[in-house]
Design a protein. Structure first.
Length: 274
């Protein structure tokens, strides 16, 4: 079984510039899910949206082509793909001649789906497309609260509180203060998170304290979002819940996990820090 410690992260690397699907390094989701009480039957729907900003290949005449790629990995996939291995794999097309974009997309779909263990959606976007404009997450901003913070890890679910005597509300809140760390290298991962729910009002000060308590926590992006979802659902018991995080890019890739109590497909709108 692949583990993060066996991945290319934190190791000296030769950057190949030819196609090599063996570079992809899958990591099973099951281990980290077991830590938060998630088994084979998932308590959420969701997708991990990856954007690749450093994708280039050669056309049939040898001229370089560039594109921004979008990958959608279903939360039901048994594996995540370690991000450095993903980057190395994509870099391998730099000196590869490919007949056309459709051929490349088919190759990416095949290889990534095999590594993840589920069908991955691939889209190659022209870099001038309007869809790449900056659109920040909607919602009430939690970050302007004047509160004292003294806990930065591990994540503390007891900060999550509701007013069970208040009427049900439907609201969306956003924080740009999410930070966690790579479990292998310790490098910081910075993100914005949007939480939309219907249920008893969640105490906003406690919710912000909870999100900040990830600051020294070591976990991959996807695992952090699933932990947030499970903790909010367990502690606050909303009727409906979604958690969407937009992380800043590293190595030309950003990862944006989405988990929801109902089937949904979020927009892939780049935030100001992406």
């Amino acid at each position: 079984m692949n583990t993060p410690e066996q991945s290319p992260l934190g190791q000296s690397t030769v950057y190949a510039d030819r196609y090599d699907p063996s570079l992809l390094f899958p990591i099973p989701r099951a281990g980290k899910r077991a830590e938060i009480g998630v088994g084979d039957t998932l308590p959420f729907h969701g997708v991990d949206i990856w954007n690749a900003y450093e994708l280039s290949w050669l056309d049939a005449r040898g001229k370089p082509v560039v594109a921004i790629a979008e990958f959608r990995v279903p939360a039901t996939s048994p594996n995540i793909i370690e991000s450095k291995s993903f980057k190395l794999y994509l870099n391998g097309f730099a000196q590869e001649r490919v007949a056309d974009a459709a051929t490349l997309a088919a190759t990416l779909t095949r290889d990534l789906s095999h590594a993840a263990g589920a069908d991955i959606q691939v889209r190659l976007n022209d870099i001038t497309a309007a869809r790449h404009s900056v659109v920040d997450l909607d919602g009430h901003l939690l970050d302007d609260q004047h509160i004292d913070i003294d806990h930065y890890g591990p994540p503390e679910a007891s900060f999550l509180q509701v007013d069970a005597d208040a009427p049900t509300v439907e609201e969306t809140v956003v924080s740009h203060l999410l930070r966690s760390n790579c479990p292998v290298t310790g490098q910081p991962d910075w993100g914005s998170v949007q939480i939309a729910y219907r249920g008893w009002p969640i105490d906003r000060a406690g919710l912000l304290r909870y999100l900040i308590s990830f600051r020294n926590h070591n976990e991959f992006h996807e695992q952090c979002v699933e932990r947030i979802y499970v903790d909010v659902m367990t502690r606050c018991a909303p009727e409906r819940l979604s958690v969407y995080a937009r992380y800043t890019r590293r190595g030309g890739l950003d990862i944006n996990p989405f988990r929801s109590s109902v089937p949904a497909s979020p927009a892939n709108s780049r935030g100001a820090r992406q």
